[in-house]
Design a protein around this ligand. Structure first.
Ligand SMILES: Nc1ncnc2c1ncn2[C@@H]1O[C@H](COP(=O)(O)OP(=O)(O)O)[C@@H](O)[C@H]1O
Ligand SMILES: [Mg+2]
Length: 142
């Protein structure tokens, strides 16, 4: 896994933007890390990298489990948050299958990895190592 240190939210957003360039339709990304690790900031960067004019629509969905945005490259970004999921059966409420026609990105992705054994998933792991420092590891080359 490639590991990169981020020293600020701006750096995490930029990393997300850069990472987005490596993504293609059908990719599925699992964001793994504790609350406040930077998963949502990273997602903002991914949305920006895909060409979304405004990033303010990409917020951490606490109640909304699925947000869909359409970028200028014409690729849909499906943003999920599995934090509130309890039983595995609830996974299906997320509508993960729909993401196949775009790019799926899921916060608390570790909750679903086990249930998506046959789907290739790109993992991005966030570790908090300081107030503003995060180690971000990628299972895909960026
Ligand atoms: N390098 C960094 N990258 C991302 N967030 C950071 C960083 N340093 C501090 N933070 C703070 O950590 C929190 C990350 O929030 P968020 O992206 O919503 O986390 P998550 O979605 O993982 O729960 C924010 O309060 C942000 O200001
Ligand atoms: Mg979040």
């Amino acid at each position: 896994m490639k590991r990169i240190i981020s020293n600020s939210t701006a750096e995490t957003i930029r990393l997300g933007e850069r990472f987005a360039r490596s993504l293609k339709k059908g990719d599925f990304v699992a964001l793994i890390g504790i609350f406040g690790a930077g998963k949502t900031y990273f997602t903002k960067g991914v949305a920006k990298g895909l060409g979304y004019k405004t990033i303010k629509c990409v917020t951490s969905p606490s109640f909304t489990l699925c947000n869909i945005y359409k970028g200028k490259r014409g690729i849909r970004l499906y943003h999920f948050d599995a934090q509130r999921l309890g039983k595995p059966a609830e996974l299906f409420r997320l509508g993960l299958q729909e993401a196949a026609d775009g790019i799926g990105i899921i916060e608390w992705g570790d909750k679903i990895l086990y249930h998506l054994k046959n789907t290739p998933i790109i993992k991005v792991v966030f570790k908090v190592i300081g107030k503003n420092k995060r180690v971000i590891s990628f299972s895909k080359r960026i």
